[in-house]
Design a binder for this molecule. Sequence first.
Ligand code: DUC
Ligand code: ZN
Ligand code: ZN
Length: 460
Amino acid sequence: MSTLIKNGRVVTATDAYVADIFIEGETIAAIGKNLQVNAEQAIDATGKLVFPGGIDPHVHLDLPFMGTYSSDNYETGSTAALFGGTTTLIDFAIQTQGQSMQSAVDEWNKKSEGNSLCDYSYHLAVTDYNPDTRPEVKKLIEQGITSFKTFMAYKGALMVDDGQMVGLMHEVKEQGGLVTVHATNGDMIDHLIAKHRGEGKMAPLYHYLSQPEVTEAEASGRFVDMAHYTDVPAYIVHMTCEGALNQIRQATRRNQKVFVETCIQYLLLDASLYESEGFEGSKWVMSPPLRQKKDQETLWAGLNQGLVQVVGTDHCPFYIKQKRMGEHDFSKIPNGHPAIEHRVELLYSEGVEKGRISINKFVEATSTNAAKIFGMFPKKGTIAVDSDADIIIFDPKEKHAISAKTHHHNCDYSGYEGWEVTGKTKTVLLRGKVVIENGGTKVNKGYGQFIKRGHSSKVI
Ligand code: DUC
Ligand code: ZN
Ligand code: ZN
């Protein structure tokens, strides 16, 4: 199949110009003005923006967590992703303590294979690093799983101690991978949760008050120091606050680069939502929690200063009835919320349209930097000759409102209900095929492929 996208404004991390894009098979064959080619189909993109397909590197599909499962599986989650312009997602295959890393990959393959509409990969979430599991790092990198996630919180289930962290970092550095982290001080948080519960403070607000900024700043600093000592490529997921970002800023003085991801909710929403009526605040119970308005400003500044490279989602939806597991105890509310469908449109509307970031920065943060950091560039993350034809055709003028009534997440609420957004994903191509058009999907589950990723670097 060949396709000609005509007259769109092609925007990459560095350029913006009007051109035609000629696609043959799965990849881009030519880009230029008034291309004279014989294409089997043509798409008129006049007046539209043409972006590289979005990459969300922080997604949890069908995740067993806190006594339940996140409510989007590969079929529903990848469908929602495509509707919003995300063509590749990276999920977390989570090792069960006492078992191998490979068994986590096998378990996640059962969830994903034949079910995804978009392309996907996994980070391997290492919860048990020991002499038996150490040789698996090399084997996973050979399979194209080159990033290793760690948790500094959730003791007894996911958390690794500092000895395991440093051991893993040495090995990952040796084998050419990247270590990522959920950086919050688990022991301190567990103490604060127990304290609040002991005082009978059970409302969703106490989820927030059990994870103060210092818990994230301290753990981020500790992680940065261990990464510096071991010299491993490193990445902090879902950063929320000024205190944590200051640790990164400080590290730049010794010329250390640690990559930083924030998530769209931390740029746009704040902790006042935890004071909503009744149990409403549970909709935004996630870890780390939403922060203050001053932290939002810090994160926007971090994007512009090049300290924050990626905007993800930590998409991890639960139905209200699942959230009600913690109706009388905030510590039992499943952590997470739906977001994958709206990341690209919200960042465009609130970032580019409102003048907070440039359109090139938007492409970097939604696509290019994740492709570079996670070993998929230039196959993914840009619009260039020989790259995969993963493309969003975007109407920058169309206004619409976000609602659980119209979203494609398998979830009965939206954290952004009623938000007015300017700019809409109209048509999406994934590896040369139109996958979203006229408000519908054009492919079936199973079209999405596992993407083998390459080695990591400390610089992009
Ligand atoms: N945070 C969440 O909110 N959900 C899933 C895991 C996590 O770290
Ligand atoms: Zn996390
Ligand atoms: Zn997560």
